[in-house]
Design a protein around this ligand. Structure first.
Ligand code: AMP
Length: 103
Protein backbone atom coordinates (compact mmCIF):
# COMPACT_ATOMS: atom_id res chain seq x y z
CA UNK A 1 0.00 0.00 0.00
CA UNK A 2 1.35 3.39 -1.05
CA UNK A 3 -0.59 6.22 0.62
CA UNK A 4 0.04 8.51 -2.37
CA UNK A 5 -1.13 6.02 -4.99
CA UNK A 6 -4.60 6.48 -6.50
CA UNK A 7 -4.88 2.81 -7.50
CA UNK A 8 -3.91 1.65 -3.98
CA UNK A 9 -6.73 3.87 -2.66
CA UNK A 10 -9.16 2.37 -5.19
CA UNK A 11 -8.12 -1.15 -4.15
CA UNK A 12 -8.61 -0.20 -0.47
CA UNK A 13 -12.16 0.88 -1.34
CA UNK A 14 -11.75 4.61 -0.64
CA UNK A 15 -13.92 5.57 -3.65
CA UNK A 16 -16.36 2.65 -3.63
CA UNK A 17 -15.18 1.75 -7.13
CA UNK A 18 -17.08 -1.15 -8.66
CA UNK A 19 -14.82 -4.05 -9.57
CA UNK A 20 -15.59 -5.89 -12.80
CA UNK A 21 -13.65 -8.79 -11.32
CA UNK A 22 -11.37 -9.35 -8.33
CA UNK A 23 -9.41 -12.14 -6.72
CA UNK A 24 -6.64 -12.43 -4.13
CA UNK A 25 -4.02 -11.14 -6.59
CA UNK A 26 -5.73 -8.37 -8.53
CA UNK A 27 -8.73 -6.15 -9.14
CA UNK A 28 -10.29 -5.06 -12.44
CA UNK A 29 -12.23 -1.80 -12.83
CA UNK A 30 -13.35 0.45 -15.66
CA UNK A 31 -11.06 3.23 -16.82
CA UNK A 32 -12.41 6.64 -15.79
CA UNK A 33 -11.53 8.05 -19.24
CA UNK A 34 -12.37 5.20 -21.64
CA UNK A 35 -10.63 5.09 -25.01
CA UNK A 36 -12.99 2.36 -26.30
CA UNK A 37 -16.58 1.23 -25.52
CA UNK A 38 -15.05 -1.26 -23.06
CA UNK A 39 -11.88 -0.08 -21.33
CA UNK A 40 -10.84 -1.93 -18.19
CA UNK A 41 -7.71 -1.87 -16.07
CA UNK A 42 -6.27 -5.05 -14.58
CA UNK A 43 -4.37 -3.99 -11.46
CA UNK A 44 -2.32 -6.09 -9.00
CA UNK A 45 -3.22 -5.58 -5.34
CA UNK A 46 0.50 -5.30 -4.65
CA UNK A 47 1.87 -1.80 -5.24
CA UNK A 48 4.41 -2.19 -8.05
CA UNK A 49 5.25 1.05 -9.90
CA UNK A 50 5.60 -0.49 -13.35
CA UNK A 51 6.31 -3.68 -15.28
CA UNK A 52 10.02 -2.94 -14.86
CA UNK A 53 9.77 -3.60 -11.12
CA UNK A 54 7.88 -6.90 -11.32
CA UNK A 55 9.80 -10.19 -11.64
CA UNK A 56 7.39 -12.47 -9.80
CA UNK A 57 6.44 -15.01 -12.48
CA UNK A 58 3.40 -16.20 -10.58
CA UNK A 59 1.94 -12.71 -10.25
CA UNK A 60 2.79 -11.93 -13.90
CA UNK A 61 0.87 -15.06 -14.88
CA UNK A 62 -2.05 -14.18 -12.62
CA UNK A 63 -2.28 -10.77 -14.29
CA UNK A 64 -2.54 -12.40 -17.73
CA UNK A 65 -5.22 -14.76 -16.46
CA UNK A 66 -6.96 -11.70 -14.99
CA UNK A 67 -6.98 -10.11 -18.45
CA UNK A 68 -8.70 -13.16 -19.91
CA UNK A 69 -11.23 -13.38 -17.09
CA UNK A 70 -12.06 -9.66 -17.32
CA UNK A 71 -12.53 -9.94 -21.10
CA UNK A 72 -14.78 -12.96 -20.63
CA UNK A 73 -16.93 -11.20 -18.04
CA UNK A 74 -17.23 -8.14 -20.29
CA UNK A 75 -18.35 -10.37 -23.17
CA UNK A 76 -15.26 -9.64 -25.24
CA UNK A 77 -13.94 -12.24 -27.66
CA UNK A 78 -11.65 -9.74 -29.35
CA UNK A 79 -9.73 -7.17 -27.37
CA UNK A 80 -6.50 -5.23 -27.25
CA UNK A 81 -4.15 -5.02 -24.26
CA UNK A 82 -1.62 -2.33 -23.47
CA UNK A 83 0.94 -1.78 -20.74
CA UNK A 84 2.53 1.67 -20.64
CA UNK A 85 5.90 1.45 -18.93
CA UNK A 86 7.66 4.71 -18.03
CA UNK A 87 6.79 8.37 -18.44
CA UNK A 88 8.08 8.59 -22.03
CA UNK A 89 5.77 5.72 -23.02
CA UNK A 90 2.77 7.58 -21.61
CA UNK A 91 2.50 5.96 -18.18
CA UNK A 92 0.57 8.35 -15.92
CA UNK A 93 -0.28 6.17 -12.93
CA UNK A 94 2.75 4.50 -11.38
CA UNK A 95 1.01 1.38 -10.14
CA UNK A 96 1.29 -1.36 -12.73
CA UNK A 97 -1.88 -1.89 -14.75
CA UNK A 98 -2.88 -3.61 -17.97
CA UNK A 99 -5.35 -1.80 -20.22
CA UNK A 100 -7.96 -4.07 -21.83
CA UNK A 101 -9.85 -2.42 -24.68
CA UNK A 102 -12.65 -3.79 -26.79
CA UNK A 103 -15.84 -3.32 -28.86
P1 AMP B 1 -1.45 4.98 -17.98
O1 AMP B 1 -1.29 6.15 -18.93
O2 AMP B 1 -1.12 3.68 -18.63
O3 AMP B 1 -0.71 5.21 -16.69
O4 AMP B 1 -2.99 4.90 -17.70
C1 AMP B 1 -3.59 5.36 -16.54
C2 AMP B 1 -5.06 5.19 -16.76
O5 AMP B 1 -5.70 5.29 -15.51
C3 AMP B 1 -5.67 6.26 -17.68
O6 AMP B 1 -6.30 5.62 -18.78
C4 AMP B 1 -6.68 6.97 -16.77
O7 AMP B 1 -7.86 7.34 -17.46
C5 AMP B 1 -6.94 5.93 -15.70
N1 AMP B 1 -7.34 6.45 -14.41
C6 AMP B 1 -6.77 7.43 -13.69
N2 AMP B 1 -7.42 7.64 -12.53
C7 AMP B 1 -8.43 6.74 -12.51
C8 AMP B 1 -9.47 6.44 -11.58
N3 AMP B 1 -9.60 7.13 -10.45
N4 AMP B 1 -10.34 5.47 -11.88
C9 AMP B 1 -10.24 4.78 -13.05
N5 AMP B 1 -9.28 5.01 -13.96
C10 AMP B 1 -8.39 5.99 -13.70
Amino acid sequence: MDENCIFCKIIRGDFNTEFVYENEHLVVFNDINPKAPVHMLVVPRLHVPSLNELDDKELLGELMLGVKEAAKRAGLKSYRTQINTGKEAGQEVFHLHIHVLGK
